[in-house]
Design a protein around this ligand. Structure first.
Ligand SMILES: CC(C)=CCC/C(C)=C/C=C/C(C)=C/C=C/C(C)=C/C=C/C=C(C)/C=C/C=C(C)/C=C/C1=C(C)CCCC1(C)C
Ligand SMILES: [Fe+2]
Length: 526
């Protein structure tokens, strides 16, 4: 398994024509662009954690029934400095690097590094974001990197902190119907004012502007003060409904005192994350129009969450689905020392990823009795009024063992019926992909021996009438060295295979990505 998780992957910047089997829909034209870690060893140095690896972008271009594959390492300042030094010189979340191990003044003076080593990493390995016609690789620091979606070339570095006060920002932004990006980040600069900042980036700028930058027009919608000034919560995504931003402040937190001393103590940023299962998880709802937070205090028991699935409003309630854990063992599981051979037997998840639905009443009878359940929708989720006026919510479980959830994004913020996700057993090995009907809890699956599917991306049919009219695309990494990896195309309705594009290269296990329809990409001829 070392092969799949930890071995450096080669890049293939020139298009490789795939062998297509089956029948791909003729309307499927565009680029599936994905991101994830592809290199964990540099010279004699090795990252500690799988999420630390150098970002390797890859793409599948669909053109007239043919499929072309490309991959290229993100030429971040981090990547360039590491390669030049032939060792890890920039810290990642799980690995603290010491750029100058030789305290020797002469060694410093004759430093072979022509680049200045970036202080914070711009190794954006998690996701892809779109602003207007531009695409960016995203991670969780204040840096994102513009990329060319056709050639996978790395373009300029954007520093969010130049435009608003954030040190961290999510890699999972949302998009509204006008094409604005909505994202949030944490400001820890000013210790007295630790806060979460929700901001908006427009898709275009006024014609007359010379140096066009959407980021110059970044606008802060609202800030939420951290419950604890020294312990802001970690979050990896958030939700939106038509009228609200949904933010979950979980007791999985960054300890700022530990962060401030991490470098000195020789420990990673990750070691500064703490989970306190005795604490509560607080929900925040911000009205997108008035920019005010709903004043009622809503909470649930301690949980750890990375991925929101979707959120929507129904009859005065906010309904939101998340993939939740009861502890923080998932992050620990992705330490490379745990992902060696036999890890499937040796490393068992102590908490399964579980798709949970919270139903939160925004409008309810203010005279309702203490102890009564205020949920008026048909769900087993509850929201109980407490003596002090706060509301204690408990979720309904929709499904166990799914992660990397996606929906038809046309239903984002609206009532959805289907979730596409990878399925796991008791180890971090994706064995199947699944389609969950959240209304009936029925599931459809796709699996094949030795196949490790990635996050399934739903692409709607241009003439779609129903939510699941379209295809699901997933990269399949194969653990059998005799079998080639492929891109799988499933009919989203039936989950039957329509076709596959086989490529004879070593695919890397990735994290997230997006499909860029041909009309949104200035596609060049191959
Ligand atoms: C094996 C597969 C693919 C599927 C199996 C199915 C399954 C169980 C999937 C589960 C997948 C999940 C849950 C994926 C989650 C991915 C995450 C959380 C990535 C986070 C990266 C976060 C990163 C890189 C964060 C970097 C942050 C840094 C370097 C921050 C540094 C900093 C901090 C902390 C304080 C301020 C200063 C500074 C900015 C330097
Ligand atoms: Fe994610």
């Amino acid at each position: 398994m070392e092969i799949i998780f930890g071995r450096n992957k080669e890049e293939h910047p020139e298009p490789i024509k795939a062998k297509v089997q089956g029948q791909l829909p003729t309307w499927l034209q565009g680029i599936l662009l994905r991101n994830g870690p592809g290199m964990h060893t540099i010279g004699d140095t090795k990252y500690n954690h799988w999420f630390d690896g150098m970002a390797l972008l890859h793409s599948f271009t669909f053109k007239n029934g043919e499929v072309y594959y490309r991959s290229k390492y993100l030429r971040s300042d981090t990547y360039n400095s590491n390669i030049e030094a032939n060792r890890i010189v920039v810290s990642e979340f799980g690995t603290m690097a010491y750029p100058d191990p030789c305290k020797n003044i002469f060694a410093k003076a004759f430093s072979y590094l022509s680049h200045t080593i970036p202080e914070f990493t711009d190794n954006c390995l998690i996701n892809i974001m779109k602003t207007g016609d531009d695409f960016y690789a995203t991670g969780e620091t204040n840096f994102i990197r513009k990329i060319n979606p056709q050639t996978l070339e790395t373009l300029e570095k954007v520093d969010y902190s130049k435009y608003t006060v954030v040190n961290l920002a999510t890699s999972h932004p949302h998009y509204d119907s006008a094409g604005n990006v909505l994202n949030m980040g944490t400001s820890i600069v000013d210790k007295g004012k630790t806060k979460y900042v929700i901001f908006k980036i427009p898709p275009s700028v006024p014609e007359r502007e010379k140096k066009k930058s959407c980021f110059k027009h970044l606008e802060v919608l609202c800030s939420i003060h951290s419950r604890s000034l020294l312990h802001p919560s970690y979050y990896h995504s958030f939700g939106i409904t038509e009228n609200y931003i949904v933010f979950v402040e979980q007791p999985f937190k960054l300890d700022m005192v530990k962060l401030a001393t991490a470098y000195m103590r020789g420990v990673s940023w990750a070691s500064c994350l703490t989970y306190n299962k005795e604490e509560k998880t607080w929900f925040h709802f911000v009205d997108r129009r008035t920019k005010k937070e709903v004043s009622t205090k809503f909470y649930t028991d301690a949980l750890v969450l990375f991925h929101h699935v979707n959120a929507y409003e129904e009859d005065g309630h906010i309904v939101f689905d998340v993939i939740a854990y009861t502890d923080n063992s998932l992050y620990d599981m992705f330490y490379l020392k745990n992902l060696t051979k036999d890890f499937e037997e040796n490393t068992k998840l102590t908490s399964m990823p579980t798709c949970k639905r919270f139903v939160v009443p925004l409008q309810y009878d203010k005279d309702a009795e203490v102890g009564s359940n205020l949920v008026k929708l048909p769900s087993t989720a509850t929201a109980v009024k407490e003596k002090d006026g706060s509301i204690y919510c408990q979720p309904e479980t929709l499904c166990e063992g799914i992660e990397l959830p996606r929906i038809n994004y046309d239903y984002n913020g609206k009532k959805h019926k289907y979730v596409y996700a990878t399925e796991v057993k008791w180890s971090p090995v994706p064995t199947k992909i699944s389609k969950l009907n959240v209304q009936t809890k029925e599931m459809l699956h796709w699996e094949e021996d030795h196949c490790w599917p990635s996050e399934p991306v739903f692409v709607p049919n241009p003439d779609a009438k129903e939510e699941d009219d379209g295809v699901v695309l997933t990269c399949i990494v194969v653990s059998d060295p005799k079998k080639a990896p492929f891109l799988l195309v499933l009919d989203a309705k039936t989950f039957k295979e329509l076709g596959r594009a086989i490529i004879d290269v070593e695919l890397h296990l990735d994290l997230h990505g997006m499909f860029i329809p041909e009309k949104d990409s200035k596609m060049e001829t191959e």
